[in-house]
Design a protein around this ligand. Structure first.
Ligand code: SIN
Length: 186
């Protein structure tokens, strides 16, 4: 029976939401994590979208996250059905190699499923793309959706990355800017 691996780089790092047999901290190559995806179903609304992370191709860069092993066929079916709903605003599925050692040339895991929101507005109507740290942070401060405030998503991710020992400047800069704006408002 084929084993399924799912690689999470956003909310999936702190909350899988499905049954898994093993969790492996690792990274994928030639991608970076960016808060460029609009969220109208979890962390924002159609009237005021929030921002969540997607992956952008970036030659030579790496993106840390968590890979989940799902061994049993029944668990795979339940997990994939659940993820189809949770990640429905992510229009692309890729199969990536996951590495655990910076010096390794062969991956620890091959063909892990990852959900990506592409920058193609024709197929991904919610894509927002780049903006300044301040603009993205101001949007995150204001946005709130059925899953909760957008700032909570950012802080959970910041904390999850801290726990796996990964420093992501984009996430840290945004979290600091969001905290600055919040303290200014008080
Ligand atoms: C992921 O976590 O891998 C996808 C993006 C998200 O759900 O935050």
């Amino acid at each position: 029976m084929a084993v399924t691996w799912v690689f999470g780089y956003g909310s999936l790092i702190s909350k899988a939401g499905f049954h898994f047999d093993e969790r492996v901290i690792g990274f994928i190559k030639d991608y970076r994590r960016v808060f460029y995806q609009g969220s109208t179903d979890h962390r924002g609304t159609p009237d005021f979208p929030g921002r969540t992370v997607t992956l952008e191709p970036a030659q030579g860069e790496i993106c840390w996250g968590a890979a989940y092993k799902i061994s049993k066929k029944e668990d795979q079916e339940v997990a994939l059905t659940y993820l189809e709903v949770r990640e429905k605003q992510y229009d692309r599925k890729e199969y990536v190699d996951v590495f655990t050692e910076l010096t390794a040339t062969t991956p620890a895991i091959s063909g892990a499923l990852v959900y990506i929101a592409s920058p193609d507005k024709k197929v991904n109507v919610n894509y927002l793309g780049p903006a300044s740290v301040e603009d993205i942070a101001r949007q995150i401060v204001k946005a709130e959706g059925p899953t909760g405030p957008n700032r909570e998503y950012l802080f959970l991710l910041e904390n999850a990355l801290l726990q796996i020992g990964s420093k992501d400047k984009h996430v840290i800069d945004l979290a600091n800017e969001v905290r600055r704006i919040i303290s200014e408002e008080q």
